[in-house]
Design a protein around this ligand. Structure first.
Ligand code: NAD
Ligand code: TYD
Length: 339
């Protein structure tokens, strides 16, 4: 029986991946290590409670003792643990540097020490920086432009260095923007859906022209699992949905799916250093046999439906710390907003 340590497994993509692994590999054990920051949520794993193949530990990937205890005897580690929101990194980068760089180093040391056979570092298309034309390939220069993406680039460069220097079996995935169940409502899609359900304004940065490539989280999980089992150590793999959409198109599609008026859109002061476009060339992972299963309309419809049907999950998150963050991030901007 193989054991996979999934770090950050109580977050959005990590919890979807835990579900995916237990479905796809009935004979695997999954150990989750998660600090349960504001973004970590045991409700994301609630329907798996009682599954004897899943074990949960609350703890920090920066804590060597905890990491070593859990890494021992694992076949693989898949690292989702991170501070993950660009806007928060602009407010306060310290935790990003700690978790997204130093935390990766602690995990890599344990992989090396205990001979763990595979280490997958979940990275992002944002490490390439803004891409005005064409699509990024894996050997393109990394040019991150905000504290989040710079920290993610630092983490994956440490991983790459451990491969080159010590032969640690590292694999890197760089995915585009995920959407789907269990995404904390600070990211644009769940923020817009939950605000629209409540007839609250949708804050669109700048003129809403920034382009992102949205991918359904299950497609990303399938790609990660393929890379874990069939990727070549030392290599990075782009994982994109092939769905390039700007923020106005995104807001319009969400409002239409919910039958809400377009005048809920508000154009607010832009994000500083806002990357205007990301785009991935995915031929490398396609050569391994991966294809996306969900196009943008399907992915968005499934996502909207999930938030409509699972208000128990997100309503309680929109309180306390979230409201303080929301006020700091949007209060002044929305007061000065244009329709
Ligand atoms: P998330 O913020 O929803 O989840 C992160 C999880 O990591 C949370 O459960 C949190 O509690 C945990 N965590 C944070 N610091 C930790 C620490 N020090 N020790 C242990 N656990 C810690 O993020 P997500 O959207 O699920 O992203 C997961 C990974 O995928 C991240 O590495 C992110 O950079 C990457 N990624 C995300 C996207 C996206 O669209 N969301 C796209 C590409 C890559
Ligand atoms: P986000 O979900 O924060 O992801 P990314 O890490 O790619 O920035 O934002 C996605 C896009 O949506 C990005 O171009 C910024 C924009 N956006 C808004 O216009 N308003 C918002 O309130 C948020 C959170 C994002």
């Amino acid at each position: 029986m193989r054991t996979i340590l999934v770090t950050g497994g109580a977050g959005f993509i990590g919890s979807n991946y835990v579900h995916y692994v237990l479905e796809q590999h009935p004979d695997y054990r999954v150990v989750v290590l998660d600090k349960l920051t504001y973004a970590g949520n045991l409700d994301n794993l609630r329907d798996l409670a009682g599954d004897p193949r899943l074990e949960f530990h609350q703890g920090d990937i920066c804590d060597q003792t905890t990491v070593e205890r859990l890494a021992q005897g694992c076949w693989a580690i898949v690292n989702f643990a991170a501070e993950s929101h660009v806007d928060r990194s602009l407010m306060d980068p310290g935790d990003f540097i700690r978790t997204d760089i130093y935390g990766v180093y602690v995990l890599l040391q344990a992989v090396r020490k205990f001979g763990v056979e595979r280490f997958v570092q979940i990275s992002t298309d944002e490490v390439y920086g803004s891409v005005p034309h064409g699509s990024s390939r894996e050997d393109d220069r990394l040019a991150p432009r905000n504290p989040y993406s710079a920290s993610k680039a630092g983490g994956e460069l440490q991983a790459r260095a451990f491969y080159e220097s010590y032969g640690v079996p590292v694999l890197i995935t760089r995915s585009s923007n995920n959407i789907g169940p269990y995404q904390y409502p600070e990211k644009v899609v769940p923020l817009f859906i939950t605000n629209a359900i409540d007839d609250q304004p949708l804050p669109i940065y700048g003129r809403g022209t920034a382009v992102r490539d949205y991918i359904y989280v299950k497609d990303h999980c399938a790609a990660i699992d393929l890379v874990l089992h069939q990727g070549t150590p030392g290599e990075a793999y782009n994982v994109g949905g092939g769905n390039e959409v700007n923020t106005v198109q995104l807001a319009t599609a969400i409002l239409d799916l919910l039958g809400k008026p377009h005048d809920l859109m508000r154009f607010v002061e832009d994000r500083p250093g806002h990357d205007q476009r990301y785009s991935l060339d995915c031929s490398k992972i396609q050569a391994l046999g991966w294809r996306r299963q969900y196009d943008f309309p399907q992915a968005l419809e499934l996502t909207v439906r999930w938030y409509v049907e699972n208000q128990w999950w997100w309503r309680k998150l929109k309180s306390g710390e979230y409201l303080r963050y929301y006020q700091e991030q949007y209060g002044r901007r929305l007061a000065a907003a244009q329709r």
